[in-house]
Design a binder for this molecule. Sequence first.
Ligand SMILES: Cc1cc2nc3c(=O)[nH]c(=O)nc-3n(C[C@H](O)[C@H](O)[C@H](O)COP(=O)(O)O)c2cc1C
Length: 434
Amino acid sequence: MADLTTDFLGIKSPNPFWLASAPPTDKEYNVRRAFEAGWGGVVWKTLGSEGPPVVNVNGPRYGVIHGADRRVLGLNNIELITDRDLQTNLDEITRVKKDYPDRALIVSIMVPCEEEAWKAILPKVEATGADGIELNFGCPHGMSERGMGAAVGQVPEYIEMVTRWCKQYYSKPVIVKLTPNITDVRKPAEAARRGGADAVSLINTINSIVSVDLDTMSPHPSIDGKGTHGGYCGPAVKPIALSMVSEIARAPATAGMPISGIGGVTTWRDAAEYITLGCGNVQVCTAAMTYGFKVVQEMIAGLSRWMDEKGHTSIDDFMGAAVPNTTDWQYLNLNYVAKAKIDQDACISCGRCYAACEDTSHQAIAMSPDRTFSVIDAECVACNLCVEVCPVENCISMVPLAAGTTDPRTGKVVQKTPADWTTHPNNPGAVAAE
Ligand SMILES: Cc1cc2nc3c(=O)[nH]c(=O)nc-3n(C[C@H](O)[C@H](O)[C@H](O)COP(=O)(O)O)c2cc1C
C-alpha cells in the first residue's frame, strides 16, 4: 500500500490533502468534522488583529460559472477574512490542535503592514500550539483596499519585510501565500525566500466579475444594486495555478523551495499533477464547499490506488517528476510530428471536427458525401483542435510519426530529439542548458 504521509517543513500529516484557509476552516466545529472526515491538515480561516472584527456583506457573497450540467466550474466570492473575534479563534485553535496532534494545523494571518501589528499577534498564535503560519498576502478584495492582502502581495519589498518580521517573532514554519494578481509570480516568491520564508503556497483567488445582471445592470453578486470584483477559484483556475507553481519550481532563485499547491483541486488526479510540478502537498477549498468534507475520501483512495498502480511507495517518489519536462517554448522539438487520426467506429458524423478545421484551421479534414470524415495528412499540422472539439472522447487522437519517416506536409524527415543537443536545428540560438 502506498504511503500517503507527508512531511512539509517538518509538519507531518497523514495525507497531502489540506483544507485551504476559507469558510471550511472558519471554526472549531468545521475543522473537527474535517479531521474526522480524513483531511490531513487545515489552514485556519485568516485571522486579523485584535479589536472589532471585520463585517461581511449581508447579501449574496458568491457567484458561480456553471458547466452545462450545472457543475461548479468557477466560484467567485466577496467574503473578507474571519469575522469572528481573535480570542475565540485562538481558543478554538488551541483545543483542536490538542485533540488532533497528528494533523497539520496552520494559522493564516493578515494584519496591517506594520511591525507592531505582527509583533502583537505572533506570540498569541504561537501559544496555540499550531504547527505554523500562512501569511495571507493574496486576498484581492475588501482587505487590499485597506493596505493588506493582495496590496502587500503585489509589492515584493513588503513581502520580504513582513516575512522577516514573522521569522523574527515566530519560531515555527512560515508559509507565504501568493496572489496570482501579478504579472510575474516569481518575483514575490523570490522576495518571500529572501525574507526567510520556509515555503510558499499558491494561488489565492483571481480578481473576477462572474456576470452582470442585464435587468438591474449590476455585477453579480449584487448587494442592493451594486457589485464589486471578487476572488475567483475552483476548477477553472487550476491551469493558471499549475503554470505559476511550475514557474516557481523551475526558477533558479526559488528552485527547491517547498510549495503548497492551491487552486481547483477537485480530484486525486489534480493533486497528483500539482505534486509532479513540485508541490509537497495541496490545499482545497471549492471542492469541499461544493461536495462536502467527505470528498477527501475519494481523493485519498484515488491517489493511493494510482500510486500502487505506478509503483510509487511515497509522495516523494513522484514529487517534482514533471518539472524537468516543463520548459520554455524554444526548447520544444520542432522535428517531432504528429497527425490526427479519426476512429471511424467511434465517429458519430457530427462534423464538428470538419467545421472547426475547414473554417478556422488548416483544411485538413475531408468530408465525403456520406459524411465520413478523414484526415488529410499532407495538410494536418496536428494542432489538436479537432480532438478538443470532438464530442466523443478518444474518437480523434494525435498519432506521432515514427522517427525517420517523412512528413507528407513539409517533406522533412522526422527526428527524435538528440540526447546531447545544445541548439535546435529549427531554432538557431535556442540553448538547451538552462
Ligand atoms: C469564500 C472564500 C473565502 C476565502 N477566504 C480566504 C481567506 O480568508 N484567506 C485566504 O488565504 N484565502 C481565502 N480564500 C482562498 C482559498 O483559500 C483558496 O486560495 C482559493 O479558493 C483557491 O482554492 P480552490 O480553487 O480550491 O477554491 C477564500 C476562498 C473562498 C472561496
